[in-house]
Design a protein around this ligand. Structure first.
Ligand code: PMP
Length: 483
């Protein structure tokens, strides 16, 4: 659990109720209805006076009152916690949610990720690591045209079958064939984002205790999807050609391999054609199933990357994941999983028990986007835009980080993996960046051991903001070096 509370309320300065009293009632209400748990730490008095926009003395008065009721207690070393509350004697007692909410199998996000997930919605921050397109790049006009056509195309918005909208799956079959993937519509299940594909694989296909081999670092490490289902992630090092699979030395039976071969998240690396072939042969030889996550495959700049590994797969060894989140709109929540019919039917069956299908509005909209040709036109524009943002990012790094870090030159996708030359206090860097209104994605959320890196994304921040923030970041970096 993140050690801070979510406060979005402010006292009403026009009310007849004294402000300190409003604050007392707000805090006691949050505790008594179970929103805030016993043991949670309150922000400092200074921070509370900023949040509530009141004088410090008002906060002190409210805290004293709550302390006198036994609802708050001061901690050794400063700070205030919510104490076990005698207050509850005066009110109906809520269940002990604290006991319940940590009883389920799903693990919480890492605290840094919880902070990122919250602050991403505070507009004061420049987001230097966000894996999403800048809202400026969103094709409003095309979306407008697509959504205008939908009412005459959609027969109803009833539930769809377990594999998703047939029209969308037919369209995907055609698109995948252009990449050399033979995927009849019976081999495709539409998911609510590719993350749901991973989630369904974790609950349907693997036993607790099994191992998932991944690149190190990897996007998968920033999630708890497989770990929550009792699996272990095993990070395999990479070189410039991708995962060095020959380092896999653990028991392979009942395991699975997960890879992002094209414009890897977070390193930007493209797995070479030869490595793809060798990895495929290694997995086939060992009967080790593979999940190929191709979230960024369409986002190349100058030349097409090698074909997806799935194009080599004639025996149904690979579960291929695609998504519309990185190229167009994560808010549509549409992804797809391609695999042997037996797997796809099993995933579809469980999906029907989990959410009864991905949004049908989104599926119709995406079908129209694909079939009208708008999507392919838009991709041409998007690649150009992203490339120019990448170029700007590289030139800024050359100006400000030449002596401080090394980095890759991505040939597509969103990410630059910035590796500092000197050891840094990364947590301090994250904090100092926040104080300067910059939100970072520290490399350690993607890695298996401490690293000394950041995931930069040139896709999200506006170019002026990106430039401003990179300069500030270089100054902070100097102040966070370990001596
Ligand atoms: N795979 C990769 C490699 C990603 O980077 C992301 C998004 N960060 C996802 C999957 C999940 O995407 P979605 O669920 O939105 O399709």
């Amino acid at each position: 659990m993140a050690d801070y509370l979510n406060i979005e309320w402010k006292p009403d300065k026009n009310s007849k109720v004294p402000i300190y009293k409003q604050i007392t009632e707000y805090i006691s209400g949050k505790v008594s209805n179970g929103d805030w748990l016993i043991g949670s730490r309150l922000p400092s008095q200074r921070k509370l006076s900023e949040i509530f926009e009141v004088n410090r003395s008002t906060i002190v008065a409210a805290m004293e009152e709550l302390t006198s009721y036994g609802m708050l207690e001061s901690e050794y070393g400063g700070g205030t916690r919510i104490a076990s509350n005698t207050w509850s004697l005066f009110m109906s007692t809520p269940p002990d949610w604290n006991k319940y909410i940590h009883s389920g199998p799903f693990k919480s996000n890492m605290p840094t990720i919880q902070i990122i997930n919250k602050l991403e919605f505070d507009e004061k921050y420049i987001r230097l690591g966000t894996g999403e397109l800048c809202p400026d790049l969103f094709p409003h006009d095309l979306m407008n045209k697509v959504f205008k056509k939908l009412p005459s195309k959609i027969p109803s918005l009833n539930y769809l079958g377990p594999l998703g909208l047939p029209e969308l799956r037919r369209s995907l079959t055609q698109r995948l064939s252009l990449q050399g993937i033979d995927a009849p519509d019976s081999s495709i299940v539409v998911t609510s984002g590719s993350l749901q594909g991973l989630q369904l694989i974790s609950v349907c296909m693997l036993k607790p205790g099994s191992t998932v081999f991944t690149e190190a670092p990897t996007y998968l490490k920033s999630l708890q999807v497989f770990q929550s289902a009792g699996m272990h992630l095993n990070g395999i090092p990479m070189d410039k050609n991708g995962m060095m699979y020959w380092h896999i030395n653990k028991e392979i039976s009942q395991s699975l391999l997960y890879t992002i071969p094209t414009h890897h998240n977070p390193t930007g690396i493209i797995m070479s054609e030869e490595r793809r072939r060798d990895l495929f042969n290694f997995c086939s030889g060992n009967r080790l199933p593979m999940i190929e996550d191709d979230a960024y495959g369409d986002l190349w700049f100058d030349k097409l990357p090698p074909k997806p590994i799935k194009a080599m797969d004639k025996n149904g060894m690979i579960l291929y994941l695609g998504t519309i989140s990185k190229t167009l709109a994560p808010g549509l929540r549409i992804g797809w999983l391609v695999g042997p019919e037996s797997v796809v039917y099993r995933i579809g069956d469980v999906k029907m028990q989990v959410d009864y299908g991905a949004s049908s509005v989104s599926q119709w909209a995406l079908t129209e986007f694909f079939d009208s040709g708008y999507y392919d036109d838009y991709l041409i524009y998007l690649r150009k835009e992203l490339k120019s943002r990448r170029d700007l990012a590289l030139s800024l790094l050359n100006t400000h980080f030449k002596d401080l870090a090394d980095w890759n030159i991505p040939e597509g996708g969103f990410y630059i993996w910035l590796r500092f030359k000197n050891q840094l206090f990364i947590d301090k860097l994250f904090q100092m960046a926040l104080e300067n209104n910059i939100l970072l994605n520290p490399g350690n959320i993607y890695d298996f051991s401490d690293n000394n890196a950041l995931r930069l994304s040139y896709a999200y921040a506006q170019p002026e903001d990106f430039s401003k923030a990179i300069k500030i970041l270089s100054e902070i970096t100097l102040r966070c070096q370990k001596k």
